[in-house]
Design a protein around this ligand. Structure first.
Ligand code: NAI
Length: 346
């Protein structure tokens, strides 16, 4: 059904045109309905040149300065794909400038910053504020959640979930690590959000973590590891186990298992890139997904569609800022435990 709000195309500006920002920009410019990518912001001149050349953004809507960007009267909404340490302040500035906001995960690297964002969002209830927990938009995870909701595995009580990236010998993430919050805040935050979603949003009580550096000693400078393990205990008896790695030799493997009293569900095992299996004298082989983007390409597309729909008043979001705050709260307890070597209260 078409409403007056949905008659016009949503005018969106993007901040950050790095590894992921370019992908979001492509989706907004070329493959998402009811939206127009009209502005871009980056402190890097080459990225603004790319925004003009690739996405046809007019010179008056190319901004090196974030304040000028959020106050651009030509945009209704912003998509923030900037370093995590900037998310909270940029989200607040955009909400105060009257824009809808999509901000990449995690919302912030401390609970106080998340709470500041929630408070400002509450002052602007007509504006959408959405955090990019992309797995919530993945068709397989959605079906798993529907199965659980319908009681098909009984009462879910245990989630085992991992986010493991292929080793990058160039060590991109070693440079990225100091602003990312560490491996648990950067990678496991997705698994944390998933666990809360699949377990029905129980209150987290306690976390324990350990980790090791297998290949990238540079991470020690910021107290990070390239392989981390964590256990989280929830009120009511549910538990979650997380594994995050930067060093898989063969490809990207995001997998989740949800264990219930009457069955289990597994999502993503095998990490096959396509449906081809090759058999020969040396064995049976399939190609492996190279990275998170290829695994979640479809989910990233759905995520933008749902953001645009929410801004236009066509569809409500089920993912909330409180979910993002809780994911940060749990991720921080895990990170404290990694450093202290002791169980930490959430
Ligand atoms: P990146 O380092 O490749 O890109 C960051 C971008 O932000 C660059 O274009 C940089 O020029 C721009 N930037 C820096 N300061 C800025 C400012 N003050 N104003 C505007 N732009 C500014 O990083 P990447 O990998 O693209 O990550 C960006 C965010 O996306 C991070 O928060 C990360 O956690 C998140 N992310 C989410 C993923 C997911 O699965 N949902 C996957 C990868 C990243």
């Amino acid at each position: 059904m078409s409403t007056p709000a949905s008659a016009a195309r949503l005018r969106v500006g993007i901040a950050g045109l790095g590894r992921l920002g370019r992908r979001h920009a492509e989706a907004l410019a070329f493959s998402t309905r009811h939206v127009e990518l009209v502005a871009a912001c980056s402190p890097v001149a080459a990225e603004l040149e790319l925004a003009a050349a690739e996405f046809g953004i007019a010179p008056e809507h190319l901004h090196a300065d974030f304040e000028a960007f959020v106050n651009d009267p030509g945009i209704d909404a912003v998509v923030l794909v900037t370093p995590t340490s900037l998310h909270a302040d940029q989200t607040i500035a955009a909400l105060r400038a009257g824009k809808h906001v999509f901000v990449e995960k995690p919302l912030a690297l401390n609970v106080e910053d998340c709470e500041r964002v929630l408070a400002v969002a509450a002052e602007h209830p007509q504006q959408v504020a959405m955090v990019g927990f992309v797995r919530r938009f993945d068709p397989s995870y959605r079906r798993a959640a529907e199965d659980i909701e319908a009681g098909r595995i009984g009462r879910p009580f245990l989630v085992r979930s991992q986010t493991c990236d292929q080793n990058d010998p160039q060590g991109f993430f070693v440079r990225f690590a100091p602003t990312s919050g560490g491996i648990f805040m950067d990678c496991s935050v997705h698994d944390i959000d998933l666990a809360r979603w699949m377990l029905g949003r129980p209150k987290a009580l306690r976390a324990f973590a350990s980790g090791t550096i297998a290949l990238h000693p540079g991470l020690a400078d910021c107290g990070d590891v390239d392989n981390g393990l964590a256990i989280v205990e929830f009120e009511g008896g549910a538990r979650a186990v997380f594994y995050a790695s930067r060093t898989l030799p063969h490809g990207h493997e995001t997998t989740t298992e949800v264990i219930g009293t009457e069955g289990t569900l597994q999502v993503g095992f095998g990490a096959a890139r396509d449906r081809i299996e090759r058999r020969s004298a040396v064995g049976v082989h399939h190609d492996v997904l190279p990275d998170f983007f290829e695994r979640f390409r479809e989910a990233f597309a759905h995520e933008m569609v749902d953001f645009v729909a929410a801004c236009r008043g066509d569809k409500a979001l089920t993912l909330t800022l409180s979910d993002a705050l809780e994911a940060t709260r749990i991720g921080l307890a895990i990170t404290r435990s990694l450093r202290s070597g002791l169980p930490e209260a959430v």
